[in-house]
Design a protein around this ligand. Structure first.
Ligand code: AMP
Length: 414
């Protein structure tokens, strides 16, 4: 009978068949990041609310309406982490990583929480993997970070991926541009959606993301920053582009690209996949040269990305086949239970996967179960101390030497 309890809205269980493809993805990511020198870091699932208010930005949708915030018994306000970068930067400062050789290159993976309206590809608990390269403003770092996600998607075989690239300029350039954008929006207030209109002075960039026609019309003639990058900002953007060109990574420059977090400066990027429908972004990121200072550190340039694990898996739409078992140790008589268990343990210690029947089945039931598990061979232990070895692929069965069962199994396995 089904329980009356269900996983909370917007959350999901990861069942074993889904966990297999997830495992492959996580393994591929860990290997790719490690080869490029990104070391794993894990931070707590909740943090002081103020970290995200400061780090993600008061004007963002995330902070304004999507955080799972609660008070602990000491009346401290805590929040389930909605993203990873603020926490990694907090850890960087807290553990004095700014005193190490720069840049510090970190990778992470885990659950994140946003109170969003659930739909395919959008959940309230989801998983991200990401990397951060902290302590350098070199365009090489931007390109390296982009290459990691590009490599991962290519290695996994995610189809129909497009990389969109933009730049927001330095903090000062961005500030000047935002004033111009606000003026443009104020001049067309009547045509804007209520949501955009109310946030002109708080977060004008989000207007580029609006899906109503009125706002889109206004944005078609809005000034963009990419076209007017100057000096070092322009040089930085050119350098990132030529590094990507040299690496053979295709991209399109998207002057209307914006991201949902306040901290970005200069390079921003987004990997989208046409197989995903409305929630088409697989992952994205950019440079955040002002964030560490914002959190109380010295000015420290940095760049990173985060990608949604569920989105990658949705885009792949593949099932990883079950691993099967090397052996199943069956018993022809209940007197053989202990011997079967001991043999299975021995096989496991020798590095083979082996199971015994835990449900009291008869021999026929055990063979059926072994077949269901995908066991390649079944050892049948007989009451007189003898044994049979059955090859499940060919159905062939022959007596096995009871004193040398482990050797026989190992031999046949090689
Ligand atoms: P962001 O941290 O907003 O830059 O998002 C980075 C990536 O995380 C996105 O491209 C998505 O793949 C994934 N993501 C963000 N929010 C959600 C969500 N609510 N559910 C599933 N994936 C998400």
């Amino acid at each position: 009978m089904a329980s009356k309890f269900q996983a909370p809205r917007g959350t999901f269980d990861i069942l074993p068949e889904a966990a297999r493809s997830r495992g492959r993805l996580e393994g591929a990511a860990a290997a790719i990041f490690a080869r490029a020198g990104y070391e794993p870091i894990a931070t707590p699932v909740f943090e002081d609310t103020a970290l995200f208010e400061r780090g993600v930005g008061q004007s963002t949708d995330i902070v304004r309406k999507e955080m799972f915030t609660f008070e602990d018994k000491g009346e401290r306000s805590l929040t389930l982490r909605p993203e990873g970068t603020a926490s990694v930067c907090r850890a960087y400062l807290e553990h004095g990583m700014h005193k190490q050789a720069q840049p510090v290159k970190l990778s992470y993976l885990g659950p994140f929480f946003r109170h969003e309206r659930p739909q395919a590809g959008r959940y309230r608990q989801f998983h991200q993997l990401g990397i951060e390269c902290i302590g350098t403003d070199s365009p090489l770092a931007d390109a390296e970070v982009i290459m990691q996600l590009s490599d991962l998607l290519a290695e996994l075989g995610v189809p129909g991926v497009e990389l969109r690239l933009g730049s927001l300029g330095s903090l000062e350039a961005r500030r000047a541009y935002l004033e111009e954008l606000k003026a443009h929006l104020h001049a067309h207030e009547a045509e804007l959606s209520k949501d955009v209109r109310e946030r002109i002075d708080i977060n004008p960039l989000r207007a580029f993301d609006a899906d109503d026609e009125g706002t889109q019309g206004v944005m078609a003639s809005a000034p963009t920053i990419v076209g007017r990058l100057e000096g070092e900002d322009a040089e930085h953007f050119e350098a990132v582009k030529s590094l990507l060109d040299a690496a053979g990574i295709a991209y399109v420059v998207d002057p209307t690209l914006v991201r949902g977090l306040d901290y970005y400066t200069r390079t921003i990027f987004s990997f989208v996949c046409d197989a995903l429908g409305a929630q088409s972004e697989i992952g994205g990121g950019g440079r955040y040269d002002g964030l560490i200072e914002q959190l109380g550190g010295a000015p420290t340039p940095a760049v990173g990305f985060a990608a949604g694990i569920e989105r990658i898996l949705l885009a792949l739409d593949e099932e990883e086949p079950a691993a099967g078992r090397d052996a199943f140790v069956a018993i022809a008589d209940p007197s053989q239970r202990e011997r079967a268990m001991a043999l299975a343990v021995e096989l496991r210690h020798a590095g083979l996967s082996a199971e015994v029947d835990l449900a009291g089945r008869g021999l026929k039931g055990q063979l059926k179960h072994a077949d269901r598990l995908g066991a390649r061979r079944v050892l049948i232990l007989e009451a007189d101390g003898g044994a049979q070895l059955r090859d499940m692929e060919t159905g062939e069965q022959r007596p096995a030497n009871p004193g040398k069962l482990l050797d026989e199994m190992k031999e046949r396995d090689s």
